[in-house]
Design a protein around this ligand. Structure first.
Ligand code: TYD
Ligand code: MG
Length: 453
């Protein structure tokens, strides 16, 4: 009998060790190293070795000699998904979709599989065919090109693929797969690595795009070895607040496109709906003007997005004032409060400050700063801002209003949505002529105070 080979992996970061140790030297976590059984086979290939084609060794080519024509991308019949992918699925690519449980990963991919006009194989290791059928009926009951397979052993999956010859393969999820060549249990580091390697080989050799679902750990990383993200071509993240209906799809890595594009969806009773005009939904145009509300003209990727910021400033009940922010960096909030205290003379030190970005969305565009400051000032004074004002500027430590990128695009979006005035930095170069919207230039935070209070 062949000797059983074992190796030790850190279950947190995936580092490999030849013997057990108490602390992982790579990620410094304790008690995360566990033994996993390996069995190196003669050959680990997605096809049976007999049918494997004999490949020639690659030769170096002059860059001018390389065929640079792009393969046609596969349109996934979903504008948002297409944009995040950089224009559709690339043949032979491996895409990893991560996200919290229950956020809608399976729904998104099943919906895509049902819409695609190509032969699609949806492999599920998590749900039964009946469960998937029930879900499919909610989304789109008339699809005809989608095959469902409930299987977790990669060798069996490849056998079905060879029979079926699908154009697109979806695997839900990589953590449920296991390969015969490795003895450790499904979801272990060595299994994930091996199954991904087999899928990559399959994708590259047959030019079939494969989409994998990946679970994430409690701190938001894709479970399994970090190397998984290096192996695949594209890493997508599906996120949102489970109590809100909005979901955001973003690319963390994309070998075939930019990573700052964003897809926005709304979870409905019949699947995910693409939101092509997010600004109109994210701003609650109420009839009354309420204090503490301000609208920021932000950019997500290349798309302008108007979002509403709400602040509540109240007298602190306890000695230490509370500061809490939802959808906004709490450290940044503290910094803005300190700037207000120092530069605009507001005594916010004895006040509780709560900040909320509506719609359950998290933004990291610095242009939101000015709207945050305006919302805080408005709540502090209990004076509502005119509801057709909006803001787009960064606030610096010395209270200066700093310019932001692509300000003209933001101005045009605000104009399109019927805002009357936009506040931007004086240092932004604006070459727009004749706008219906008034562009108010500010250089320091004191200037804003004049308009609000
Ligand atoms: P799911 O795709 O199973 O999440 P994941 O695969 O990321 O774990 O989504 C589950 C949630 O989506 C579930 O709570 C119900 C909700 N949902 C809808 O609101 N509408 C729908 O049409 C579907 C299919 C699901
Ligand atoms: Mg799922």
């Amino acid at each position: 009998m062949a000797k059983v080979k074992t190796t030790f992996y850190c279950q947190n970061c995936g580092s490999q060790y030849s013997k057990w140790q108490g602390q992982c030297t790579a990620c410094k976590e304790w008690n995360t190293i566990a033994e996993e059984v390996l069995q190196t086979p003669e050959k680990s290939d997605w096809k049976s070795p007999a049918s494997a084609s004999v490949k020639r060794a690659a030769k170096p080519l002059l860059i001018n000699e390389i065929d640079g024509s792009q393969d046609a991308r596969i349109d996934v019949v979903d504008l948002e998904f297409n944009r995040v992918l950089g224009g559709g699925l690339v043949p032979g690519s491996l895409t990893l979709l991560g996200g919290e449980p229950g956020i809608g990963k399976s729904t998104l991919l099943l919906q895509m599989a049902l819409r695609l006009p190509y032969k699609t194989l949806y492999v599920s290791g998590e749900e039964s065919q009946k469960q998937i059928k029930m879900r499919a009926e909610r989304i789109n009951p008339v699809a005809s090109n989608c095959y469902i397979l409930t299987e977790t052993k990669t060798q069996n999956i490849f056998k079905q693929i060879e029979d079926l010859q699908p154009d697109v393969v979806v695997v839900d999820s990589i953590q449920t797969l296991h390969s015969d060549y490795i003895e450790s249990s499904a979801g272990s580091i060595s299994q994930i690595k091996e199954c991904t390697t087999e899928l990559i080989k399959f994708a590259k050799e047959t030019a079939t795009p494969v989409i994998l679902v990946g679970h994430i750990t409690k701190d938001g990383h894709i479970a399994g070895p970090k190397i998984l993200e290096h192996m695949v071509d594209t890493v997508l993240q599906f996120e949102g607040d489970r109590n809100h209906v909005f979901r955001i799809l973003r690319a963390n890595k994309n070998r075939f496109g930019s990573t700052n594009e964003l897809g926005i969806y709304e979870m409905q009773g019949a699947g995910l709906r693409e939101v092509s005009n997010p600004s109109e939904i994210l701003i609650s145009r109420k009839d009354d003007e309420l204090s503490g509300n301000a609208v920021a003209a932000t950019l997500e990727g290349t798309r302008p997005l108007m979002i509403e910021v709400q602040a509540l400033v109240s007298t602190a009940v306890y000695g230490t004032p509370q500061r809490s922010a939802t959808g906004f960096n709490a450290k940044r909030l503290n910094m803005l409060l300190a700037v207000l205290e120092k530069r605009a003379g507001f005594r916010l030190g004895a006040k509780d400050v709560f900040l909320n970005i509506t719609g359950g969305i998290t933004v990291d565009d610095p242009a939101i700063d000015l709207a945050v400051v305006a919302a805080i000032l408005s709540s502090n004074e209990d004076e509502a801002l005119p509801k057709d004002y909006c803001f787009a500027a960064e606030v610096g430590l010395s209270g200066e209003i700093r310019p932001v990128q692509r300000v003209e695009q933001r101005i045009l979006e605000a104009e399109k949505l019927g805002f009357s005035t936009i506040f931007v930095s004086k240092y932004n170069k604006i070459s727009l002529k004749k706008t219906a919207i008034k562009i108010q230039l500010l250089s320091k935070i004191e200037d804003l105070v004049g308009f609000i209070v």
